[in-house]
Design a protein around this ligand. Structure first.
Ligand code: ZN
Length: 234
């Protein structure tokens, strides 16, 4: 079977006339395949639909805003990684184990708020590992020095920069594609030179990101890709 960046299950169907891929609100991806059809086409079907599946996995949180569900798969575009999330009933404090892009939460599965908290903490850890490196690299390219960086979970802001040069970044940046993460980092770092949105500030941004206007517009659209399990109360 082909190596896909998401988990899926095959269901052979007697009724289906042609193959299709379904994704439910929990992020279960099922390939429905007519049972009489040769399975040689499966690999091709999955490959040609990869972008479509990933887009849907990303949008799941958005669709389920009114009934927030805990995810079974988490796609992080910034890292081009998909994580499987497993939930196991267990006694004692909630534990997490991370292996090969599988996150296992072990604890009281009735306690949704605790599970959500664990997912948020995990995301922050992932964000810290990735964003610290990215920020250092981008700062070096721009020839700028910052004091410190902190990773937070914020509802409204992607990042901020203080007068003292402390940069704070939103862990939800991992739900953006890499070029938009760069866009946010460039913006916050440019504030080290100009703590405002003056012409001089935008000129500084433009030096390192000529297409910043277009990216700014895209960033607004991408806000809806942040899944509900991250931002909404369970
Ligand atoms: Zn700004």
């Amino acid at each position: 079977m082909p190596d896909t960046p998401f988990a899926w299950k095959l269901r052979l169907s007697k009724r289906a006339k042609r193959p299709r891929i379904t994704i439910n609100v929990y992020g279960d991806v099922v390939l429905v395949w007519p049972h009489t059809m040769s399975q040689r086409g499966i690999s091709n079907m999955l490959q040609t639909h990869t972008a479509w599946v990933l887009k849907h996995l990303q949008a799941i949180g958005d669709k389920s805003k009114h009934s927030v569900v805990l995810p079974k798969q988490i796609y992080l575009p910034a890292l081009t990684q998909t994580w499987l999330v497993k939930y196991e009933e267990g006694k004692g404090r909630l534990r997490t184990s991370k292996e090969q892009h599988t996150l296992t939460l072990i604890g009281n599965l009735e306690d949704k708020a605790a599970l959500q908290g664990a997912l948020r903490r995990w995301l922050k850890q992932q964000a810290k590992l990735y964003l610290n490196v990215c920020l250092a690299q981008t700062a070096a390219v721009m020839g700028l020095d910052y004091q410190s960086v902190s990773i937070r979970l914020q509802k409204k802001r992607w990042g901020s920069c203080s007068a003292k040069g402390n940069i704070s970044l939103n862990a939800a940046l991992l739900f953006l594609p890499d070029f938009l993460v760069q866009h946010v980092l460039t913006h916050e770092l440019a504030h080290l030179k100009h703590l405002n949105h003056s012409k001089a500030f935008w000129a500084e941004v433009e030096k390192f990101e000529p297409e910043y206007k277009e990216n700014r517009r895209l960033l607004k659209q991408y806000t809806k890709h942040v899944p509900a399990w991250l931002t909404e109360q369970l």
